[in-house]
Write a protein that binds this ligand. Structure first.
Ligand code: FMN
Length: 389
């Protein structure tokens, strides 16, 4: 799909330019066709040869170069591109764009471009928070510009503060988001992911093998498809995706109360989390001494999926059933007993699907139908699940 998408990548002379080598490589590997414009100052920081090699294309730098001119370069580049991304964007180039100045190839091409321009800003904190910069950002908010805001952290000037360029992963994801059809726009979706835990004593707890990957994939895709997504998750082995509101919890009661706060306004709850089914009957205030044959009495926890299944009015509730035998029968029982609209059933006895791997083989079960899906990447499973909404 990406093969058809052309990205015009503008590069200016911010110190974070080194991150854009990585970004460019990611975009190329994902199949985007990249055309690059560097400002003259940017070429003093990194040679165009680096970007020419990584992008496997031409890097344009000079508006007035001599040679063969079949076309007016900045007009044709603007016409060809599906998205114009400028990373890093210096506050200088931002100021020119905000004021309609076209004094070099990059800024002239921005003037000739009528689709979305994404600006990934980065500069020293004082420069980025300068009233002139803020005014320039505000000027562009109502036009065809999207901002990838700078982050706080250690800056190249050795100060700690706002101004770091967003990481290449985030910029890459924003590009991917841009090209996904926004068919879930306006929907409020709560996605839960990963395990919860139950404390045994001050140093030990019980949990389960859920990695959070399936829930994170659903949250990422729902966000890309335009939904307002809240992702509520336990301690996961992977980082949560950029975009959704991200709420970290540890315990079942936190999971329940965070869902509760949002449930009335939600269109859909997708419970991909694996809350602990049991807790120890008696938490030990002191660390339990090592001994042979320690017996822990476990009692059943409240069933959160069932609670929201019974509470729902207009909301769609989608649950997961991780089973090791009688997959369909058990999933159907779960659908009925928890009053869900759909159960996504997966057989976790296989090592290639389910917990902690990138692929999943699921069955989508409703009262009317059972659809057995083939083994596929979780990100693709996520799309199939979101198609139900
Ligand atoms: C080492 C160095 C690092 C710089 N880093 C930044 C930066 O991160 N952000 C920024 O807005 N300007 C930065 N500047 C200043 C810009 O390079 C300067 O404003 C330049 O005129 C911008 O030109 P351009 O927008 O055409 O690339 C830096 C300058 C130097 C020498």
């Amino acid at each position: 799909m990406n093969n058809e998408k052309k990205i015009l990548l503008g590069i200016t002379s911010g110190i974070a330019i080194y991150k854009v080598v990585d970004l460019c490589s990611r975009l190329v590997k994902a199949g985007y066709e990249i055309e690059i414009i560097m400002t003259e100052n940017a070429t003093k920081m990194i040679s165009p040869l680096v970007f020419e090699t990584i992008s496997r294309g031409k890097v344009h730098t000079d508006m007035f170069h001599s040679g063969h001119h079949e076309e007016v370069e900045h007009i044709e580049m603007a016409r060809r591109a599906d998205l114009f991304l400028i990373a890093p964007t210096t506050v200088n180039t931002l100021a020119k764009i905000a004021n309609g100045i076209g004094d070099n190839l990059l800024t002239s091409t921005v003037l000739a471009y009528d689709k979305t321009v994404m600006l990934a800003l980065s500069a020293n904190t004082k420069m980025i928070e300068n009233p002139a910069t803020i005014e320039n950002i505000n000027k562009l908010q109502d036009r065809n510009f999207e901002f990838i805001n700078s982050k706080s952290g250690m800056l190249a000037c050795n100060n700690i503060g706002n101004g770091r360029l967003a990481e290449p992963e985030e910029i890459f994801e924003r590009v991917e988001d841009y090209f996904v059809e926004k068919d879930l726009k306006g929907k409020n979706i709560i996605v839960t992911a990963g395990p919860t835990r139950e404390d045994v004593d001050p140093v030990r707890y019980i949990t389960n093998r859920s990695s959070g990957k399936m829930g994170f994939a659903i949250a990422k895709k729902a966000f890309q498809r335009g939904a307002n997504v809240t992702l509520i998750h336990g301690d996961c082995k992977v980082s949560p995706p950029y975009g959704p509101e991200n709420i970290r919890i540890n315990y079942n009661h936190e999971l329940k109360s965070e869902i509760e706060k949002r449930f009335d306004d939600a269109d859909c709850l997708i419970m991909a989390a694996a809350p602990c089914d049991f807790r120890v009957e008696k938490y030990s205030e002191n660390k339990i001494k090592t001994k042979n044959n320690l017996i822990l009495n476990l009692v059943e926890n409240e069933d959160i999926l069932k609670y929201f299944g019974e509470k729902k009015k207009e909301q769609m509730v989608i649950g997961f059933a991780a089973e090791t035998f009688d997959l369909h029968e058990n999933a159907l029982k779960k659908l009925e007993s928890k009053n869900c609209d759909y159960i996504i059933a997966n057989d976790v006895s296989s090592s290639t699907s389910g917990f902690d791997v990138d692929d999943n083989k699921v069955s989508i079960i409703s009262r009317e139908d059972t659809i057995d899906m083939p083994l596929m990447p979780k990100i693709q499973v996520a799309d199939e699940i979101l198609d139900l909404i």
